[in-house]
Design a protein around this ligand. Structure first.
Ligand code: ATP
Ligand code: MG
Length: 395
């Protein structure tokens, strides 16, 4: 019966002053992630390690593990078999029980790794390693010792209580969200942008998002789909403040005034400008998009350059060098795929030209934008003023 977990995190990234920031962030993310899980948990930081103790009689093991192994910064979660200290002989019997329950008759190699965190235990760590190793060999004919490359390390930690463990369930790695600033994700209903948000959040960056909605050309269902996607990404990134911009009038005005083959590029430039406005207002340090070189006309090298030209902030495009199938694989892994492929159209698909430019020239694009006059500024102001803000929590 597992009654606690040891949380393993990347040591290299957290040397020096950042260490307690990193650990405190992990503790608070663990508390948050375990809230919806059936059972009661106590998260604590102790001598450079993080423990999750189960304080209720029953709990949902699978759900708890799933919730914890989604947290960026965690490289592994070890389920602990915890016993009271009733002397060395009692420890040996409990270790036998643990091995029998965990490995049965399997033919395996092992190595004992003992750590004594208090000196009043009757044997020191070297003595435990040697003696316990021998006792296990006598008890289990199916096991043998391999000190260099064993099938499992049997860890024994002598603390207040005694922890016995040998399994590590892998976590996602990365860094705890919030330890590396915040960025604004341009989130559409597609496959790519939720993946892009996930990848940047993995590096410890908190997220906000902007969605461009074009009612009545795009439906409430399309908007709900984006809210749902944000809620899935929030499982990993934490809560997301989603800005829903009504983009209809801007789109119609561009449609009226500019050459149709340039519509997508010009629209995308206005999207970036508005997203950057909200990014600055909300103390984000970068923008994120799901663009990938050559995927569509608006993502050729020339198109990306034209879109980028309106931004003063760095724009992160973590999918830039990936094939569609690679992006799809990540979206399946993070559970956004099924929602992304629901058929509701987003605003980019409504106003697309039959033959969009694939090699836009920035001077030509700027000349076309001259047709937009001051009215575009008024429309932008109006769109910003009427933007709806939704706090999206993990679902
Ligand atoms: P995705 O699968 O992410 O929708 P896509 O392949 O459909 O991407 P585009 O429509 O060209 O590509 O969009 C490129 C990027 O621009 C998206 O990844 C997203 O970051 C942003 N974007 C596109 N449409 C919207 C929208 N309606 N609201 C917010 N961001 C958008
Ligand atoms: Mg799209």
């Amino acid at each position: 019966m597992v009654s606690a977990f040891l949380i393993k995190y990347g040591e290299i990234a957290i040397k020096g002053k950042n260490r307690h920031l990193f650990e405190d962030a992990l503790v608070s993310h663990l508390i948050h992630a375990l809230k919806p899980v059936k059972g009661e948990f106590f998260v604590s930081k102790e001598q450079g390690r993080i423990y999750v103790d189960v304080t209720s009689d029953t709990y949902d093991y699978d759900h708890a593990v799933k919730a914890m192994t989604r947290i960026f910064g965690i490289v592994g979660v070890c389920p602990l078999y915890q016993i009271d200290d009733n002397g060395y002989e009692d420890l040996v019997q409990n270790v036998f029980k643990y091995i029998r329950e965990t490995y049965g008759e399997e033919k395996l190699t092992f190595k004992v790794v003992a750590r004594r965190a208090r000196k009043d235990f009757e044997k020191n760590s070297t003595e435990i390693n040697e003696d316990l190793g021998g006792r296990i060999l006598d008890e289990f004919p199916n096991l043998s010792v391999d000190v260099h490359n064993p099938d499992f390390y049997l860890s024994i930690e002598i603390r207040e209580r005694i922890n016995i463990y040998s399994k590590t369930i892998p976590g996602p790695g990365g860094m705890p969200v919030g330890t590396n600033g915040k960025a604004m994700l341009l989130l559409s209903g597609g496959i790519d942008s939720p993946v892009a948000g996930y990848m940047i959040a993995k590096r410890g960056v908190a997220l906000e998002a902007t969605y461009f909605h074009a009612p009545p050309y795009t439906s409430e269902r399309a908007k709900q789909k984006v809210v749902d996607l944000a809620a899935i990404v929030a499982r990993y990134s934490g809560p997301i403040k989603l800005h829903v911009v009504n983009f209809t009038d801007i789109q119609l005005y561009i449609y009226e005034k500019c050459p149709h083959e340039e519509l997508t590029i010009i629209m995308r430039r206005y999207m970036m400008k508005i997203a950057e406005h909200f990014a600055k207002e909300n103390h984000c340090q970068a923008l994120i998009t799901g663009e990938s070189i050559g995927q569509v006309a608006s993502q050729t090298m020339q198109s990306l350059a034209c879109t980028n030209e309106v931004c003063t902030m760095p724009v992160f495009r973590p999918c830039i060098g990936m094939d569609k199938q690679e992006i799809v694989s990540i979206s399946e892994k993070i559970d956004t795929y099924e929602t992304s492929i629901l058929p509701y159209e987003d605003c980019c698909t409504i106003f697309v030209a039959k033959h969009p430019v694939t090699k836009p020239n920035i001077n030509v694009i700027k000349a076309s934008e001259m047709n937009l006059s001051e009215k575009i500024d008024e429309l932008m102001e109006e769109a910003i003023k009427t933007t709806e803000v939704i706090e999206v929590f993990a679902k």
